[in-house]
Design a protein around this ligand. Structure first.
Ligand SMILES: [Fe+2]
Ligand SMILES: [Fe+2]
Length: 245
């Protein structure tokens, strides 16, 4: 039921985007000319006026964020589906893992909610690959859990290694913009600062999942190396594709 609801909501979002032209840029990060748009005004009206001028992002930086949010939403959809497919099998043979699986799933569901909100707010086009990622993530979760607890944990280790690195790259990129802004005597938009905080928090939670997987014998999976290598390659490929499509 939950996955159907998720699917319906994402499909509705896709259909909305197909009916109305989706802006390429994040409005709140648009150049100064765009700062009087409704959304921008509504999101910053409560912030105290800053003594420093706002750092204006380049077209390339705005496109980077557009891709980043699309990929992050796609990744979190996949993460929730993987845990959803793994949990029944893992918990059936290892009931003591129920709280851990529930905890990780709930965190992923929270991440997805966050990116659904950001994607909708900034009118980002969700990935058109949604049906493919949906099928692939469900199959990955189901098949690794069928191989056993260790393989399920190795899947988490592989996915979280790639996703954690991916979020970390985004954090570093925004920090480099912050440093650039400081050099110019400017500062980042409040919403961008908030987004940086969100990326940091989610990165840390993904790395926490990675630690849980290793602590629960991910490295005992057989065959460990090919399994982890294939999943990591799949994640990197999905990220690259979702950046564009
Ligand atoms: Fe996540
Ligand atoms: Fe995660």
């Amino acid at each position: 039921m939950e996955s159907m609801a998720l699917r319906r909501s994402s499909m509705r979002q896709l259909q909305r985007c197909m009916r109305t032209p989706c802006p390429l840029y994040l409005d709140f990060l648009a150049p100064r000319l765009g700062q009087h748009t409704r959304r921008f005004a509504s999101t910053t009206s409560e912030a105290p006026p800053s003594p420093k001028p706002r750092y204006v992002l380049s077209k390339q930086q705005r496109e980077y964020l557009d891709s980043a949010l699309r990929v992050n939403q796609a990744g979190e959809i996949a993460a929730t589906l993987i845990y959803k497919a793994q949990t029944p099998q893992v918990v059936r043979s290892h009931p003591h893992l129920r709280p851990l699986m529930k905890h990780m799933y709930e965190q992923e569901a929270g991440h997805l909610e966050t990116f659904n909100r950001l994607v909708a707010k900034h009118e980002i086009r969700p990935t058109a690959m949604y049906p493919v990622w949906h099928a692939a993530a469900t199959f990955l979760g189901w098949s690794t859990a069928a191989l056993g607890r260790e393989a399920a944990m190795a899947c988490t280790e592989a996915v979280e290694t790639e996703i954690g690195t991916h979020y970390n790259d985004q954090v570093r990129e925004i920090l480099s913009w912050e440093a650039d802004a400081e050099r110019r005597g400017e500062e980042l938009d409040e919403e961008l600062k908030e987004m940086l905080g969100i990326f940091r928090r989610i990165r840390d939670e993904e790395l926490e999942h990675l630690d849980h997987a290793v602590a629960n014998d991910a490295k005992e999976a057989k065959p460990y190396d090919p399994l982890v290598d294939v999943i990591r390659l799949g994640c990197r490929t999905a990220i690259k594709i979702s950046e564009k499509i």
